[in-house]
Design a protein around this ligand. Structure first.
Ligand code: SAM
Length: 280
């Protein structure tokens, strides 16, 4: 079942969180000259039209990138994120929003690579068109979990696995735990980033405990909650577990996450979290 379309949610508060982090992860990889590879296992359509029917139906982007777009001054990490969005909107009007593969493309150097997997036929076609002619990018209509098993570790050895599933399936957390264990066994130096939604607190806490129990070193957790958790109003926040984050990502995030919360909070509630689940 592939009911989920990211076009309804592109640019929302969770995208602002995950995409600022993605840019930080890419900046960390680009600190060294040696080439790196990124595997984006659940890539989406690449570019989203915020004036289109899907984005308009939910309007979620207005409380996400819409607020950052209009903010007078931002710290360096949020400013870098806004600049990456601005690169798609050269006339200064916010209309297009970059998904993860588009953001990765903006950060790749000539010798780096992106492998992007997207199963939905329509989003795969859009992504293929968005990446046409870019020889650094391979777009597959392929299960991202299966592709990661087949293609990792990359010959470059350096790189990022970015995992951003739709969580339509209740077993997604179970699948991820097993998947992380398998990938890390084969690619110990790789950076793995796993995004997760927070609706009820219990499932995401259990997920973090189970990944911690795998005994993988250097496991960092980051979360941004803009509304109360465990409320009937849906997703109040989201998080990312990162294996092998770049140097000082934790320190920097402890600064820009509260800043992001101030821009995006839905009311008096809100929280951020940066904690090491296992030491480096
Ligand atoms: N990563 C994108 C971004 O940040 O812009 C958003 C991805 S969206 C949350 C999840 C995507 O995964 C959807 O486009 C969905 O069609 C796709 N998908 C679902 N199951 C998949 C699978 N097993 N392999 C690859 N793609 C899948």
């Amino acid at each position: 079942m592939l009911a989920y379309r990211h076009a309804f949610h592109a640019g929302n508060f969770a995208d602002c969180f995950k995409h600022t982090l993605l840019l930080e992860l890419l900046a960390g990889l680009a600190r060294k000259d040696r080439p790196f590879a990124v595997l984006d296992s659940h890539a989406g359509a690449g570019v989203y039209d915020l004036g289109g029917a899907a984005a308009d139906k939910t309007g979620e982007w207005r409380a996400g990138i819409g607020r950052l777009w209009d903010a007078p001054a931002l710290g360096p990490e949020l400013d870098a994120f806004r600049a990456a969005v601005a690169a798609l909107n050269p006339d200064g009007r916010l209309r297009h929003y970059p998904g993860s593969p588009q953001l990765v493309r903006g950060a790749l150097r000539a010798h780096d690579r992106l492998i992007a997997c997207e199963l939905h036929p329509a989003d795969h076609a859009l992504l293929k068109a968005a990446c046409a002619g870019d020889r650094r990018v391979a777009v597959h209509r392929r299960d991202g979990y299966e592709a990661a098993g087949a293609l990792l570790p990359p010959p470059e050895r350096r790189g990022l696995l970015f995992v951003d599933p739709p969580y339509e399936d209740k077993r997604e957390f179970d699948r991820l735990v097993e998947f992380v264990a398998r990938v890390h066994r084969r690619w110990r130096e790789g950076t793995l980033a796993l995004w997760y939604p927070i609706l009820d607190r219990a499932p995401s806490e259990r997920f973090a405990r189970r990944v911690t129990a795998l005994g993988i070193p250097a496991l960092l957790r980051l979360e941004l909650g803009i509304a109360p958790y465990d409320s009937p109003h849906g997703m109040g926040g989201s998080g990312m577990l990162i294996v092998n984050p770049p140097w000082q990502l934790d320190r920097n995030a402890a600064r820009w996450l509260p800043e992001l919360l101030e821009h995006l909070r839905a009311g008096p509630h809100g929280q951020t979290r940066v904690d090491w689940l296992t030491p480096a």
